[in-house]
Design a protein around this ligand. Structure first.
Ligand SMILES: [Zn+2]
Length: 290
């Protein structure tokens, strides 16, 4: 199955609450996923809105994810770590109330430490976090994202290694970030195949994939750009997904949000038509692909 959505309230949606954004995602965009952004500091969502998100998304088959605030450091001093715990737990509790599948977090910075030492500290803190999730009966999964800058923890290999060490933690595959960090490493079909090959030992039944164009230099991401403005091709990724019948959710985190989510949709449907030989396709129906 392929799900497609955008990271945040659609730009073209007049109402600016998450509730407005969710309804718009269904009724206007006809997409079936949304990632709620709690990225700028603490976001307060009323109980009532969270309940609505849960009911509406369930009734309309829209998959929800949540992105925790950007600035998190699980490899910093105790003050930073405590604050990060607070942000993650706050986001996770709300995510759980909404019935969201994943709460996405960034892990932190190497600082003065070696990659190995940083990994050790992060694993210790993630295990502690998972215990809190259990205690609070949070069913939403903690998703850890690949990052696009060298000084930020989170190469694909590091993220996979952590997922192997901490039970219940899942990878969030930011292909734009991987592309930037590997200085334009995602060009061909084999490059995307390699990602799934590396992920295979985790035996995931579903992949949460963030998609954006990205400007980068020397293995460092500068900023997100529209998919068409970046140099990472989308077609080989879609081919790999369709050929392997991977169960994925593609979230546009391009500055064009829903416009690029719809662009992803068109690319997916074009790839389906190529396979079925028909002149129409719907990304929600892959049954005719041989
Ligand atoms: Zn992120």
């Amino acid at each position: 199955m392929i799900r497609i959505g955008q990271a945040g309230i659609p730009l073209s949606c007049k109402g600016r609450t998450n509730k407005d954004g969710l309804i718009y995602t269904k009724q206007v965009l006809d997409l079936n996923a949304m990632e709620i952004q709690f990225v700028r500091g603490m976001y307060v969502m009323e109980e009532e809105e969270a309940q609505f998100m849960k009911t509406y998304s369930k009734e309309n088959d829209i998959e929800l994810h949540v992105h925790a605030p950007y600035y998190i450091n699980l490899a910093g001093d105790s003050e930073e770590t405590d604050l990060s715990f607070e942000k993650i737990l706050f986001s996770a509790k709300l995510a759980d109330k909404m019935g969201a599948k994943t709460v996405v977090v960034h892990l932190g910075f190497y600082g003065e430490e070696t990659a190995k030492k940083t990994m050790k500290v992060i694993i210790k803190n993630l295990k502690k976090l998972q215990r809190s999730f259990k205690k609070e009966k949070i069913k939403t999964h903690l998703g850890i994202e690949t990052m696009g800058k060298q000084k930020v923890f989170g190469s694909l290999d590091e993220i996979i290694e952590i997922c192997k060490s901490v039970k219940g933690v899942i990878p969030v595959i930011g292909v734009g970030h991987i592309h930037a960090r590997t200085n334009g490493g995602l060009k061909k079909r084999e490059d995307f195949e390699e990602i799934f090959k590396k992920l295979k030992p985790l035996r995931l039944r579903h992949y949460l994939i963030h998609v954006t164009g990205v400007l980068y230099e020397n293995g460092n991401e500068y900023y997100h750009v529209p998919i068409k403005k970046g140099d990472m091709p989308l077609a080989p990724l879609i081919d790999v997904i369709l050929d392997n019948n991977y169960n994925v959710t593609l979230i546009s985190e391009s500055p064009l949000l829903e416009h690029d989510a719809v662009y992803i949709r068109l690319q997916v449907e074009r790839a389906i038509m190529k396979r079925t030989g028909k002149e129409q396709a719907n990304y929600k129906d892959l049954s005719e692909i041989k």
